[in-house]
Design a protein around this ligand. Structure first.
Ligand code: SF4
Ligand code: SF4
Length: 206
């Protein structure tokens, strides 16, 4: 994956993109990917199992969820399925705590083009599909850490966010984020869900 850095520009900017959340790893950032190796990596304390919902390719009216690893955000858990826009915990006054070898590939791929952002990034949900290969391992890890299946944990975490939004009038949480969570909730409650296994089988047939 292409690497783009402009330390001078990002220093002036103060890491605006890093303040919106940790960047995403590519599977190629890890030498080995299995249950034990990822458990060891997660034990380091600065990576979360995360991901995003997307409209499923099988049926435009349905949804699925792509799991991946990302740099962990402040005040966030090891399983963080709906990040709420907290800053990445690896951001320091001197920039990123990780060197370029350790930094998530999708973060390195962002091209610094505008102080204060948004900067040019080619990351689309389709590109994160390279994680589909490891979805069963990530789902087993979610069960290990939370005791719940991915589907159960998605509903649980979304409910938690909505309760939090309701309870505290989070000034930092902008209207767009509130709308996003409500839309997600509506989708999860009312639209058909396809598991990653089903998506993989569908893609193989194409
Ligand atoms: S928003 Fe752009 S300029 Fe600012 S830190 Fe991120 S990549 Fe650098
Ligand atoms: S890992 Fe580094 S580059 Fe990526 S969001 Fe965190 S501080 Fe920024």
């Amino acid at each position: 994956m292409e690497q783009n850095t402009n330390y001078e520009m990002c220093r002036k900017c103060g890491g605006v993109c890093c303040k919106e959340g940790g960047c995403i790893y590519s599977p190629s950032d890890f030498k080995i990917i299995n249950f034990d190796s990822l458990k060891k990596i997660l034990k380091k304390g600065y990576i979360s199992i995360s991901g995003q919902p997307y409209t499923c390719l099988i049926n435009n009216n349905s949804w699925s969820y792509i799991l991946y690893l990302r740099a962990r955000n402040n005040n966030s858990n090891i399983v963080d399925l709906f990040p709420i826009g907290e800053p990445c915990m690896l951001l320091t006054q001197n920039g990123c705590s990780l060197n370029e070898e350790q930094r998530p590939s999708y973060g390195l791929a962002v091209k610094p083009t505008k102080i204060g952002g948004p900067c040019e990034s080619r990351l689309t949900v389709r590109e994160t599909f390279e994680w589909l290969k490891y979805s069963d391992i990530l789902e087993k890890l979610i069960k290990y850490y939370t005791g719940r299946s991915l589907k159960e944990e998605l509903t649980y975490q979304l409910m938690e966010k909505l309760i939090l939004i309701d309870k505290i009038n989070l000034e930092d949480l902008n209207e767009m984020q509130k709308i996003f969570y409500s839309i997600y909730f509506n989708i999860i409650e009312n639209k058909p869900y396809y598991s990653s296994e089903e998506v993989k089988k569908f893609l193989l047939k194409l």
